[in-house]
Design a binder for this molecule. Structure first.
Ligand code: XMP
Ligand code: MG
Length: 179
């Protein structure tokens, strides 16, 4: 698996430090409140697990699964809800936890869907952001790292469902895509 990686863009230590920073920021932001933290599966599962340990206010959590990519590396523009939330979110402060924003299509759709459920507030935290890929007007309220326009894997992110368990963010060797 490590042999398929061309370059490590962000190390395990750098990610750990950044996630702690984001957690501290969110703890201040949600002081005195009780947000519902929503993990967007599957990519955000590692970020979610590490992030919530750094949040010091009481939270509840839930999971949502959406698909927009299939196994290719380009967005299809279509978003499908594969798993919805377990309960009503009416009146709640919602924090969406995403792994990476590229075109913004997935999140702009999701934010829209959640906002229509009469929530109190919706905020969005992403660990990785590729602003150069944007095709819609969508910004995260909080973003960890700005990435170049390259397809990355690791720390929850996959290529054809592989490499999610790499502890760092890396770029695959070109021959991995063509084989
Ligand atoms: P959009 O384009 O809708 O994309 O903002 C969001 C979703 O696309 C996936 N994505 C990636 N997955 N490496 C990945 O493994 C990447 O470089 C990458 N860029 C986008 C991801 O699932 C995200 O939720
Ligand atoms: Mg994802």
């Amino acid at each position: 698996m490590q042999n398929d990686i061309q370059e490590i863009l962000i190390s395990q230590e750098e990610i750990k430090e950044k996630v702690a920073e984001l957690g501290q920021h969110l703890s201040k932001e949600y002081e005195g409140r009780n947000p519902l933290v929503i993990c967007i599966l599957k990519g955000a599962f590692i970020f979610m697990a590490d992030l919530v340990k750094e949040i010091t206010v009481p939270i509840e959590l839930d999971f949502m699964a959406v698909s927009s990519y299939g196994t290719s590396t380009k967005s299809s523009g279509e978003v499908k809800i594969i798993k919805d939330l377990d309960s009503s979110i009416e009146g709640r402060d919602i924090l969406i936890v995403e792994d990476i924003i590229d075109s913004g299509l997935t999140l702009s759709y999701l934010v829209d869907v959640l906002q229509r459920r009469n929530v109190k507030s919706v905020k969005l935290v992403t660990l990785f952001d590729k602003p150069s890929g944007r095709t819609v007007n969508l910004e995260a309220d909080l973003a960890g790292f700005i990435l170049p326009d390259a397809f990355v894997v690791g720390y929850g992110l996959d290529y054809a469902e592989k490499y999610r368990n790499l502890p760092y963010i890396g770029v695959l060797k070109p021959e991995v895509y063509s084989s």
